[in-house]
Ligand binder design. Structure first.
Ligand SMILES: [Zn+2]
Length: 500
């Protein structure tokens, strides 16, 4: 009996997943292929499809199935029970916010996004201020509607990183503030570790494209279950585990932009390709949190892709493809050049160390806005002061400062911390993988990354949402997330590069 209801429940979730897959495909097409006049109707089609999916996710039929399964929960297998538990919590969360509120939020987001575009173009935070105030007020209301125990920001974090709490993030970011800020400063004061001018020579577009495909293939990305295209902003999108697509961008005077984005998106895609087909539509068939997703991209991009052994494996390919540009450059020189630490203003252009100082600024500001200790009126001034304090830079303009990211204008509050969580999880996971896989470094030096992928599949990908991120971390590494693994990693790596 329970099995029959369970089959109905799974069929119901598959329908929602089908709609989401179609939505994702339309979105992908919009970014990659669509003619420019198509965008208005396309937006309408996307809204219609996601509206139907939302209705299904919050519909009474789903509630009845979940209630019926809950009554018979003793008859369910552990895996079935876990799916039902997660679906019940998803359902409760999705139905906590009244339709009227969702409509108001949609309107406020559209207004603040338009204001943000204009403010950034005119380099004037004043234009964004009032719409942002309205949006933050709604985010506070949303936190109250969704509920929390200790801190209103927890209610928003839950959206992206189930189980993440301010009390834990405060510990983590206090360590960032005390340890990473000082270490980054020490490196900045050393100046340039090596000359990297050769990285801005001209690198042919087609040759870069071919190299990107080879690197993706080498890391285990399955081109029979995906493809790569070009888009303005690289991204990964999933229609099913057997069709996971990536995009990249190519800058002829910065080959590391393409290389970094290929490996990064490849890491996201390997995770999605590693979800189990039989769990399609179910919570266990979905990726865990944004932080865990980002841990997969960052592990490949930084721990693997910015290591010397990785470039030793790929040096003959790279140096023969770009023999003119890399004339007289050794693999050691190349490795140092791609790992330069520089103070900078823009988050998305930051090195792997300063990146987290950018996130630290946003974390402290968002948390303050949500608890009411910071007002939107003071945001620009506080932003600039924190950039001076943590990164040692003067912010010359609002466009290069508080207006640089789209997130707040779209109501994405609580999202930024997941970027740092990704790198910190990656460091902790990679340390464990190095312990558990014999000669991992040597394998990577030979271009053999399959054992690493197998490890990630087994420890992370196959589980989907079985554990929340912090549980998963304990499950894999035996301890909760902490900054020490990331600090050990950057101290060893940059200490050697900068001769500390
Ligand atoms: Zn990413």
């Amino acid at each position: 009996m329970a099995n029959e209801i369970y089959a109905q429940y799974h069929a119901y979730l598959k329908k929602i997943k089908d709609l989401n897959g179609a939505t994702a495909l339309l979105h992908w097409d919009n970014e990659v292929n669509a003619p420019k006049n198509g965008s208005a109707f396309r937006a309408q089609q996307l809204a219609t499809l996601s509206g139907i999916a939302h209705e299904l996710s919050t519909g009474s039929e789903l509630k009845e199935l979940l209630d019926a399964l809950w009554e018979k929960k003793e008859e369910l297998t552990a895996e079935q029970l876990r799916n039902v538990e997660l679906s019940r919590s998803d359902y409760a969360r999705a139905t906590k916010v009244p339709t009227e509120f969702v409509k108001n939020m949609t309107k406020a987001r559209a207004a603040s996004f338009q204001a943000w575009l204009k403010a950034r173009k005119e380099n004037d935070f004043q234009i964004f201020k009032e719409p942002l105030k309205a949006l933050i007020a709604l985010k506070r209301e949303e936190a109250e509607l969704k509920g929390y125990e200790d801190h209103p920001y927890d209610a928003l974090l839950e959206e992206y990183e189930k189980g993440a709490r301010v009390k834990d993030l405060d510990v983590l970011f206090k360590d960032v503030r005390e340890q990473l800020v000082a270490f980054a400063k020490e490196l900045r004061e050393k100046g340039q570790a090596t000359d990297s001018a050769f990285l801005s020579k001209k690198y042919d577009k087609d040759a870069q494209w071919d190299l990107g495909l080879k690197l993706l293939k080498q890391m285990g990305y399955d081109f029979d279950s995906g493809r790569q295209d070009v888009s303005a902003h690289p991204f990964t999108t999933t229609f099913s585990p057997t069709d996971v697509r990536v995009t990249t961008r190519i800058d002829e005077h910065n080959p590391m932009s393409m290389i970094g984005s290929c490996i990064h998106e490849g890491g996201h895609a390997l995770y999605e390709q590693g979800l189990l087909d039989e769990n399609y539509g179910l919570p266990l068939g979905s990726a865990d949190s944004l932080g865990i997703h980002e841990s997969q991209s960052r592990l490949w991009e930084n721990n693997v892709g910015l290591s010397q052994v990785y470039w030793e494996a790929n040096w003959s390919e790279l140096s023969s493809t770009f023999s003119e540009q890399l004339e007289g450059v050794s693999v050691e020189h190349f490795y140092k050049a791609i790992n330069q630490v520089k103070p900078n203003l823009i988050r998305i252009e930051a090195d792997e160390l300063h990146y987290h100082l950018h996130v630290l600024v946003r974390y402290e500001l968002e948390k303050g806005l949500m608890e009411g200790s910071i007002e939107v009126d003071d945001l620009e001034e506080m932003w600039n002061a924190k950039y001076k304090e943590f990164l040692g830079v003067d912010v010359p303009s609002a466009a290069k400062g508080v207006l640089q990211d789209v997130h707040w204008s779209e109501g994405l509050v609580g999202y930024f911390p997941t970027y740092s969580l990704g790198s910190f999880y990656a460091a902790q996971f990679f340390a464990k993988a190095s312990e558990e896989i014999d000669n991992l470094e040597e394998l990577i030096r030979k271009g053999e990354t399959q054992p690493l992928l197998n490890w990630l599949r087994e420890k992370i990908h196959y589980h989907g949402r079985r554990y929340n991120a912090s549980e998963l971390c304990v499950e894999i590494t035996g301890e909760p997330l902490n900054l020490s693994y990331f600090m050990d990693y950057v101290r060893a790596k940059y200490g050697a590069i900068y001769g500390l």
